[in-house]
Design a protein around this ligand. Structure first.
Ligand SMILES: Cc1ncc(C[n+]2csc(CCOP(=O)(O)OP(=O)(O)O)c2C)c(N)n1
Length: 655
């Protein structure tokens, strides 16, 4: 059965003249034992909520999972798809992509991310089991990880968090083949992985990864572990290839006809390309049927829940936010803000919003990378999610931004929870690879990123983001919100929570801001991404566009221009992505016809030309910030109402 995986991997890579045969050939025995005897799943329902999760963290070995899904009878994973490995329009993409092929739990390829996702999946499982009961939530998360996965820094964050939370249903099968692209691992690494995982609180063992009995024995043992398990499986990369096995030559390119012929002989596999003999196909199909009974039994247990609990479980697994509850919570916060306006930092406004949203929406799981008091992501009374009490909803991720972002992706992929977290905006760089994958996969994760500009003041340029807004806005399918006051903050939260297939960043200030939106219970104005927050008395000569903390500056500049008898208006731009997605005519109407367009944002200009044009005036940053009280910094870098008004006047004069 393992040789069927090997043969399909060799053949598909050969046909595509591209791909990675080494890993599937080396890990075929591990995968065969896992999928035929341990993993609980049902090919007829790839999204059965209580299935065990399998994450191929070493995504370059994609043919391993495609071969498995084909052999197990997943609909759509046909022989033809294997023959069209890595071709346009096939579901057998170069690296496994979530949403393309059934049975692929997460998009992997950037090494280490899958392992980070798996930690999040195991957290979600643990939490939901505690909330809904182990009759309906009781599954394991298995990961196949390579040397590359374990060399990546993110793996340390992931395993430390998993060990700390005692995620005992997380099992990492390490494809310990001692080879990476450059050659033997000894060129670059001498870590004892077993000791490393043990130090992080895992149970760790080393076995022969080509010995099915040994593999089965440790997998059995892992089931009753009180800690997460690492199984270092010593394997031979490209197992069976006569000259390339055990060498980097089998890692990432087609083996070639001669080598494949030799491998067929060595493996005793006499069948033609893409040919699977009936008995082996049947054995695999039977393995695919194994989970049916468990699935049925689970369905009965689900049906036995009270109708309310069952409906709630199903709603959460579908990822449907209760719109009435979200709407009511947002209205309640806005009513309070209308009654008693708050001149607070948007991070504090975010806490106001969370104080109401978190009790209303039980799927929200918060957290922070050791900046809880700064990010304001923990509402009063929100208990911590710990090894001892997984019903808690706040995760102390530790100083592990990358691991946090990857775990959040895993939680969102698992379903049943909506993760949000906190760190400083400048450290979005530490999360970026995971944020990019959330966007690529279309998963709802919400990153609260505070201290969003030079407005954070004294901590200085190391902590002051200047290019980060532009860099994040460059990621497709990611919404970057930068609300200007308390009212916009709650509206941006509403939009982020409602965006089922788009991750969001909430860029929030450290410094206090005036509440500009004073109207009672208005509809969500941020939904357009940009809107007129201060209108001109008559036809505007100047339009000023701003986001976040600079909107108040723009409003002041508008008043100064009025003193010069210049009519001006202000457009608040809380979200570029929503605005730029509007139809042309709607967008143009918001941009308006004023001859002078000015944008102000305490960040670099990049991106703003889409709104103000290359002829527009930009008031913002051109380099790094500095360490000083923030009012001094705004004056020093010329981001003031006076500077904005003067820039507009100068431009008007030039015309
Ligand atoms: C973050 C990241 N860096 C680099 C790569 C490119 N890459 C793909 S596989 C690999 C290493 C291969 O070694 P290993 O992980 O041991 O896989 P094996 O050779 O056993 O298949 C590298 C560097 C990547 N996919 N992701």
């Amino acid at each position: 059965m393992a040789n069927a995986i090997r043969a399909l991997a060799m053949d598909a890579v050969e046909q595509a003249k591209s791909g990675h045969p080494g890993l599937p050939m080396g890990a075929a025995d591990i995968a065969t034992v896992l999928f035929t005897r341990f993993l609980r799943f049902d090919p007829a329902d790839p999204v059965w909520p209580d299935r065990d999760r399998f994450v191929l963290s070493a995504g370059h070995g994609s043919m391993l999972i495609y071969a498995l899904l084909h052999l197990l009878g997943y609909e759509g994973m046909t022989l033809d798809q294997l023959k069209r490995f890595r071709q346009l329009g096939s579901i057998t993409a170069g690296h496994p992509e979530y949403g393309h092929a059934p049975g692929v739990e997460t998009t992997t390829g950037p090494l280490g991310q899958g392992l980070g996702n798996a930690v999040g999946m195991a957290i979600a499982e643990r939490h939901l089991a505690a909330v809904f009961g182990s009759e309906v939530v009781d599954h394991a998360t298995y990961v196949l990880a390579s040397d590359g996965d374990l060399m990546e820094g993110i793996s340390q964050e992931a395993i430390a968090l998993a060990g700390h939370l005692k995620l005992s249903k997380l099992v990492v099968l390490f494809d310990d083949n001692g080879i990476s692209i450059d050659g033997p691992l000894t060129l670059a690494d001498s870590v004892d992985q077993v000791k490393r995982f043990e130090a992080a609180g895992w149970a760790a063992t080393r076995i022969d990864g080509h010995d099915p009995q040994a593999i089965a024995a440790v997998l059995e043992k892992a089931k009753s572990s009180d800690r997460p398990s690492l199984i270092a499986c010593r394997t031979t990369i490209g197992f069976g290839a006569p000259t390339k096995a055990g060498s980097e030559k089998s890692h990432g390119s087609a083996l070639g006809a001669e080598e494949i012929a030799g491998a067929r002989q060595a493996l005793g596999w006499s069948h033609g390309p893409f040919e699977i003999p009936a008995d082996i196909r049947d054995a695999w199909r039977n393995a695919g049927e194994r989970g049916k009974l468990a699935h049925q039994a689970w369905s009965h247990r689900l049906a036995a829940l009270s109708p309310e609990t069952r409906a709630e479980f199903e709603r959460r697994m579908r990822g449907d936010i209760a719109r009435d509850k979200l709407g009511a919570a947002v209205r309640a916060v806005k009513d309070k803000l209308a009654a008693t306006p708050q001149d607070v930092a948007t991070r504090v406004a975010s806490q106001f919003a969370l104080d109401t949203l978190v009790p209303a929406l039980p799927e929200m799981i918060g957290g922070s990378a050791d900046l809880t008091g700064s990010n304001n992501t923990r509402p009063k009374g929100m208990a911590a999610l710990t090894a001892a009490d997984p019903t808690g909803r706040f995760i102390h991720y530790g100083v592990r931004e990358h691991g946090m972002a990857a775990a959040m992706n895993g939680m969102a992929l698992h379903g049943g929870v909506v993760p949000y977290s906190g760190t400083f905006l400048v450290f979005s760089d530490y999360c970026r690879p995971a944020i990019r994958l959330a966007a690529l996969m279309g998963r709802r994760v919400i990153h609260v990123m505070t201290h969003d500009s030079i407005g954070l003041g004294e901590d200085g340029p190391t902590h002051q983001p200047v290019e980060h807004l532009a860099a994040l806005r460059a990621i497709p399918n990611l919404m970057v919100f930068r609300p200007c006051d308390a009212a916009e903050t709650v509206e941006c939260w509403e939009l982020a929570l409602a965006a089922k297939t788009t991750p969001s960043i909430l860029a929030l200030t450290r410094q206090n801001l005036p509440q500009l939106r004073l109207g009672p219970n208005e509809t969500n104005r941020c939904v357009a991404g940009a809107y007129e927050i201060a209108s001109a008395a008559g036809e505007a000569k100047v339009s000023i566009f701003a986001s976040g903390s600079e909107v108040a500056i723009a409003v002041e500049a508008c008043k100064l221009l009025a003193q010069h008898a210049i009519t001006a208006r202000v457009v608040s731009v809380p979200c570029f992505e929503l605005f730029l997605a509007l139809p042309d005519d709607v967008r143009r109407a918001v941009i308006g016809r004023a001859p002078v367009k000015v944008a102000v944002e305490a960040a670099i200009r990049q991106g703003w030309d889409a709104i103000i044009g290359s002829d527009g005036v930009f008031v913002g940053m051109t380099g790094f910030g500095a360490s000083a009280p923030y009012q001094d910094l705004y004056r020093h870098f010329g981001i003031t109402a006076e500077a904005v008004a003067q820039a507009a006047l100068t431009k008007l004069d030039e015309r």
